[in-house]
Design a protein around this ligand. Structure first.
Ligand SMILES: *Cc1c(COP(=O)(O)O)cnc(C)c1O
Length: 417
């Protein structure tokens, strides 16, 4: 099968590549489909014992040109074609060499950090993190003799000789603070620590951390990249040399992305990423300005606002495939008290047509939640307070509805708070 490699030719835009992928890929086992089929085969015919042996021997082979060999599919958890096509596209979208997909974002985060760590090692993490990542680092890693030190990476990167991984999200979930990827990467490189960035909020459309010096990118594919709220998934994108460990971690810990989920993300999610985020970003800017001018709203944090405290960093770090400023679709805003935030969200849940009270984010539907008592409730209240999660904080994930309708629904609820 010939390999028509659009990405290497560099002739086509990233957006076109996310629609068509490599078209004829080594991972593509089917000759006449226009849409990649959903594969549903947990095991694969091997034809001869020799081919079976070669498949096992070549799996996760760290030698230099191993990835150029044709794949021998053996068993779904090891590798399979639909997920592999998604991996090719994700690697390209993130300016990385290799992507490995997992069952969920948390499985991807466990792999992205786990491949670097053993007992006695240390992780330095930003003090505000997605609740389950915080729980993994706080409740599980210490049991394995891995120490996690929390720091404010906006201010300093306190590395020691034992630090193997520096971990953060930017924009930070849920505060929308930014961490300077290039600055943290420069500090970590001096100490030989790997920088792992959770790029779930920004998506590769708005920010490509590997190009800014990060070593590893992780995603919850469940969010912006799936985009329709139908499937869970996670991905790790890194250089080719990390791929064997990422594959072995998946093979042995077992959190492989199901091909049926990979298919939805490959066929609907990635091809529509640019279209969705552009629309949502435009609406988010309008909604953020509305919120900022509303007397009942204490504070709004959206990287696209003129008032955003890290305006210069935002413009430097968050750029789309064409190099234009791309502040994304997520807004954080604060009501004056926790009670008024709850009241607002309850009024929205009861009356709003375009806004749904639900966790998760990055869907075509606008979602609202209270991070302090919901997605980030795993963080103790003093950790929340120190990290900018004030009790009145509300998180809004802007969807593709008419922005005027979203503003109408917010405005009706705010009027009664
Ligand atoms: C949701 C989320 C995760 C976890 O992803 P799952 O797919 O739910 O496991 C990790 N990081 C961030 C920033 C998230 O929003």
């Amino acid at each position: 099968m010939p390999t028509k490699n659009a990405s290497k030719e560099g002739r086509y835009s990233k957006h076109s590549f996310l629609v068509h992928g490599k078209f004829w890929s080594r991972k593509w086992d089917f000759e006449h489909h226009v849409v990649p089929p959903i594969t549903a085969s947990s095991t694969f015919r091997l034809e001869t014992a020799e081919r079976g042996a070669a498949g096992f021997c070549g799996y996760a082979d760290p030698s230099e040109h191993a990835h150029e060999r044709g794949d021998i599919f053996i068993y779904d958890r090891l590798d399979e074609p639909t997920r592999a096509m998604l991996e090719e596209r994700l690697a390209y979208a993130e300016d990385g060499e290799a992507a490995v997909c997992y069952a969920t974002g948390m499985a991807a985060i466990a792999a992205a950090t786990g491949i670097f760590l053993k007992a006695g090692d240390e992780v330095v993490a930003h003090r505000t993190l997605y609740g389950c990542t915080y729980s993994l680092f706080t409740n599980w890693y210490p049991r394995y003799g891995i120490r996690v030190r929390y720091a404010d990476l906006q201010k300093s990167v306190p590395l020691t000789r034992k630090t193997r991984v520096v971990y953060f999200e930017t924009p930070v979930n849920p505060t929308m603070d930014l961490i300077d990827i290039a600055a943290v990467a420069a500090a970590a490189r001096k100490r030989g620590a790997a920088v792992v960035v959770d790029n779930t909020f920004a998506t590769p459309f708005c920010q490509r951390p590997l190009a800014l010096g990060a070593d590893v990118v992780v995603h919850s594919l469940t969010k912006n990249i799936c985009g329709f709220g139908t499937d869970m998934g996670g991905a790790v994108i890194a250089s080719r040399k990390r791929e064997p460990d990422l594959l072995l971690y998946r093979k042995d810990f077992g959190g492989a992305l199901a091909p049926k989920n990979a298919w939805a993300i490959l066929v609907y999610g990635l091809p529509s990423l640019e279209l969705r985020i552009r629309k949502e970003e435009q609406s988010a800017a309008e909604i953020a300005r509305f919120l900022e001018s509303h007397p009942k709203v204490a504070r709004v944090s959206y990287p696209g606002l003129e008032s955003f405290p890290q305006r210069d960093l935002a413009r430097r770090q968050m750029t789309d495939f064409d190099g234009s400023f791309a502040p994304g679709n997520m807004i954080a805003f604060s009501m004056k008290t926790a009670a008024s935030a709850r009241k607002l969200v309850d009024l929205v849940a009861k009356n709003a047509y375009t806004i749904t009270l639900a966790v998760s984010l990055g869907q075509i539907r606008t979602l609202i939640e209270c991070p302090g008592s919901m997605t980030h409730s795993a963080l103790p209240s003093e950790v929340q307070k120190g990290g900018g999660i004030d009790p009145g904080l509300v998180r809004l994930s802007v969807g593709i509805e008419d922005p005027g309708d979203i503003i109408h629904d917010l405005s009706e609820a705010l009027a009664r708070c």
